[in-house]
Design a protein. Structure first.
Length: 357
């Protein structure tokens, strides 16, 4: 059953409305102008351990666009050279049967409209998300793509059985796995240590849609800037917290979510401006912010998170007392890619200036 979302008490401009419409329908938002009286702010009614739930009713119908035009730059016969983490590979100019081994590549396949050619994909570990399906935020089409093992441990035989003409993965899989995969089909490994935008562009180029990738990023950056203005992003210091099965991790600026918030212009608490950090359940001061976004690493992460969020140390945080804690989709905020980044834009629009009732 879809859950109600938090909404911000301000008008959404036409550009932002257009960019967000494909990803989310804002339900029950006030269209009044911004005022200082907190009583005018729309408040959520659905929560997890006191945190307002954001994004659970995300509309994914028609999310992946039509197939982007083939980029003809660099084509040599039926192939094109693509540089990547393992060197330069000659890959099909217009791949028809694609296997994707990481979430960034799967996100890119949706963003450039080539998702219907994905014949297999690695799934996130069930312990990470609570199921073995493809990321649901990308829509039902990609959610039904057959699994070829988990991210980080692909099933080589299952991949070979699909007879792909392109395999897209990440360099974290290692040189031995790369050699095994290239024996099946041309393989491109993106660099895991680079920013999400570079990874997206590398994936788009491998999929034969490099120019469309550049255009999509330019559009996203423009929309992120406008959304940031509409929600007065720089006036709020947002904390980003992830509960694992037995630990609490706080995102730094280099995380995917941290990079997206920075582009929108959202400020971060002083403790979160340099690097990611781990905190103890009895010392939660580094978690504090004007608003706190929490996410859970699968069922075990949610179980541990609920325990921490029921503690005295958690309830001593001013953001908790003020009703300024929101639970977000871990797959989206821990992901990588332009579709996930746009989903975070929608989440920020729905929550940055909201309170939990």
């Amino acid at each position: 059953m879809p859950l109600p979302r938090s909404c911000v008490p301000r008008r959404i401009g036409p550009l932002a409305a257009a960019c967000l419409a494909a990803a989310v329908a804002l339900v029950g938002c006030s269209d009044s102008e911004v005022v200082d009286d907190a009583s005018t702010i729309v408040r959520t009614t659905t929560n997890i351990a006191g945190a307002g739930v954001v994004g659970n009713d995300r509309d994914t119908v028609g999310l992946c666009p039509a197939l982007a035009p083939l980029d003809r730059t660099g084509i040599e016969g039926d192939t094109r050279p693509v540089g990547h983490a393992e060197g330069i590979s000659a890959i099909p100019a217009d791949p028809q049967r694609i296997v994707v081994l990481d979430s960034a590549g799967l996100d890119a396949s949706c963003a450039v409209g080539i998702w219907e050619r994905v014949v297999g994909a690695a799934t996130l570990d069930p312990d990470f998300r609570g199921d073995g399906d493809q990321p649901l935020y990308l829509g039902t089409g990609l959610a039904s793509v057959p699994s070829v093992g988990t991210v980080g441990a692909p099933d080589i035989d299952a991949i070979a059985a699909l007879d792909p003409d392109l395999i897209l993965g990440a360099d974290s899989l290692g040189a031995d796995t790369y050699d095994s995969l290239t024996a099946i089909a041309p393989t491109v490994f993106t660099g895991e240590g680079q920013g999400w935008k570079d990874t997206f562009l590398q994936s788009a180029a491998a999929l034969g849609r490099g120019q469309s990738g550049f255009d999509a990023l330019a559009s996203f950056s423009a929309d992120a800037e406008q959304v940031g203005r509409e929600i007065d992003a720089s006036q709020t210091q947002a904390s980003i917290v992830r509960f694992d099965a037995d630990s609490i991790e706080v995102d730094g600026p280099n995380s995917f979510a941290g990079q997206v918030l920075a582009e929108v212009g959202v400020a971060r608490p002083q403790s979160q401006r340099d690097a990611a950090l781990s905190v103890e359940p009895d010392d939660l001061d580094p978690v504090e912010g004007d608003i706190v976004y929490v996410r859970f690493a699968g069922p075990d992460g949610e179980k541990f998170g609920r325990e921490v969020m029921d503690s005295d140390a958690w309830h001593d945080l001013g953001s908790v007392t003020d009703g300024r804690v929101f639970a977000v989709d871990d797959t989206v905020w821990s992901g990588s890619g332009i579709v996930a980044a746009r989903a975070i834009l929608a989440d920020l629009s729905a929550s940055l200036n909201a309170y939990v009732s």
